[in-house]
Ligand binder design. Structure first.
Ligand SMILES: [Zn+2]
Length: 228
């Protein structure tokens, strides 16, 4: 009698893998700075190549904006979702960036990649700095801070950091807006080079800020409070 066991095992393995979300058709490629892989849904080889081209172009933009070299090898994992995946806009977790191939918007990717690169250079940058710089690089220009509405209450960096946790509220919206405003102010008033110089310094965030701007974060917080 013909032995059908290997076929049954194969079917069982495929069924298990599909239940855990692992596709046998998954494939990947490596570019200079990214390990790019099919993550969810169907991706063609050409689409994976296209994802690599977009990511490297975005990477060149971000490192040029921040005046940094970045990674020397393919250290960033990019998970690309296919046309049949319901996943929405780009997300990042640690140094992993996940996005939909049909929604590979360079501005959003610049934002997420900026977070990854800030993490590489600062282990302890506050959220207002993270989100402020990420938006500056995303929009590729500083905000028009003269048109900002008065900040409700006293502007406090600790409060801004905290308000990023308040999902879908006016406080969260303001935390993004004013963080973008703070970075825009730093660039317009003190020049882009000072901001870039923070990436080249060592030590804790507050010490690096003082080295670059010659003032403490507390003094700078007062300065921003007076502005809005
Ligand atoms: Zn962000």
């Amino acid at each position: 009698m013909e032995n059908k066991r290997p076929l049954i095992y194969f079917i069982l393995i495929v069924a298990c893998l599909s239940m855990t979300g692992v596709s046998l058709a998954a494939f990947s490629k490596e570019t200079r700075h990214f390990r790019i892989m099919q993550f969810e849904g169907t991706i063609s080889g050409a689409e994976l190549d296209e994802a690599g081209r977009i990511l490297e172009a975005v990477y060149a933009d971000v490192t040029s904006y921040l005046g940094i070299e970045g990674y020397k090898s393919a250290c960033i994992e990019a998970r690309v979702c296919g046309r049949d995946s319901l996943r929405a806009s780009a997300r990042r977790y640690g140094s992993v960036i996940t996005f939909h191939i049909e929604d590979a918007d360079p501005a959003t990717l610049r934002h997420e990649l900026t977070h990854i690169l800030i993490d590489k250079y600062f282990s302890n940058a506050p959220l207002w700095f993270h989100e402020g710089v990420a938006q500056y690089v995303e929009y590729a220009r500083p905000a028009d801070i003269g048109k900002f509405p008065k900040y409700p209450g006293r502007l406090s960096f600790a409060k801004l950091n905290n308000n990023f946790q308040k999902d879908d509220t006016k406080e969260e919206e303001d935390a993004y807006l004013y963080s973008y405003g703070i970075i825009s102010y730093l660039i317009e008033k003190y020049g882009e080079d000072k901001l870039k110089s923070m990436f080249g310094k060592s030590g804790h965030f507050s010490g690096r800020f003082k080295k670059a701007y010659g003032k403490t974060l507390n003094d700078f917080e007062d300065e921003m409070d007076k502005l809005w």
